[in-house]
Design a protein around this ligand. Sequence first.
Ligand code: ATP
Length: 450
Amino acid sequence: MPEAVTMDKIVSLARRRGFVFPSSEIYGGLGSSYDYGHYGVLLKENVKARWLEAMVRERDDIVALDSSIILHPAVWEASGHVTGFADPLVDCRFCKRRYRADQIADAECGARPSKHPGETDKCDLTEPRQFNLMFQTRIGPVEETGQDAYLRPETAQGIFINFKNVAQIARRKPPFGIAQIGKAFRNEITPGNFIFRTLEFEQMEMEYFVPPAEAEEWFRFWVEERRAWHLRYGIRESHLRVREHDAEELSHYSSATSDLEYLFPMGWSELEGIAHRGDFDLRAHTEASGTKLEWVDGQERYTPHVVEPALGVNRSMLAFMVDAYDEEVVAERERTVLRLHPALAPVKVAVLPLIPRNDDMVAKGRALYEELRRAVVAEYDDSGQIGRRYRRQDEIGTPYALTIDEQTLEDDTVTIRDRDSLAQERIPISGARAFVQDKLGEDWKTPKPS
Ligand code: ATP
């Protein structure tokens, strides 16, 4: 039995292979901030591409949008974020730590980590105080005359304030949706858990505008649709569940919310939220701006209700990495492998000449690589032992490796090695590109047991 995947193992792999680095490391680091290296960028881009594909390319009823990070400050007044987007915080006057009041039961005491805050004689906790999560900034060159503004804490409001533009110009009739991917910022105070919760993160949000009578049905539709998306890209069914919020947990805008929870190393935690926002947002912006954000068609006139699936790119990337992580012993050697869905894998195929000193092998390898890279993200590697090179590709999740060997020089065939089964098959070099592309187009299911 392989050991359970711990966050430390993921952090270590992410760092070792250059997926994710702690941010500002040479200055001692900055909590809850991370920088993404080469493979991290490629993986993140693939997560976003698969989301956009499922939302926009595969559907007729959803269009894309890219709104500003800094919006008119009135947006956040109207949306309720200025007054309502806050966490209740408790400070400890003794250890100077800060906790979310609703998470004290799970938090560690700063002075005695085996205890919870408030459990030792020394703990001296303040009453909970509301702390707004929005980052503030100022617009304008001069401090005194500038205007206060916020970095958006979610991408959704940029969608609501564009409702009229899109409904009219894209000539959409409810039910229709607007999808957006972009950075969001939150002054989060609960640290830890790697890229699960960060100060800045990319969100993938889609606001689906529907006739009020259909809202309930669409809410259920999107919970199921989003669940299916995570499974389609490899998340094991046993590690994903739907959890409905109770009445007291609901956000100020929501009449129903279901979280898709993933079994992260620290336990079941929110991966994606699907909220039934009713007509809260369009009404709030109509009242505050004076612009009617409603659907009008002849005699028909109403404020659409909204169903919103919202997912963090880095949180999704973390779930995919955790789910894909595997360790096994093959021929008495340990290997770590990321069994990522090929459509998510940062690199799709590696070309490896068996003997790097052999000029003919190198020439064949480079020519094949040049051909493959025109179609997919490919890598060429002729440094060191072949075993080491395979292990490197396994760790970054490359589904296929093509090896150039003695026989290639005789008959122009190569072996293709499958990352998961380790099966090797010999194919003509001329068919390698089509072979890889066909493989990448096939349905895929994780070989990991549920
Ligand atoms: P949480 O309860 O975890 O703080 P939330 O319920 O406030 O999250 P939403 O406002 O519903 O989160 O945001 C939608 C999604 O955006 C979340 O499901 C998550 O995937 C992502 N997300 C939210 N906050 C962060 C963050 N600080 N870092 C990374 N991803 C985040």
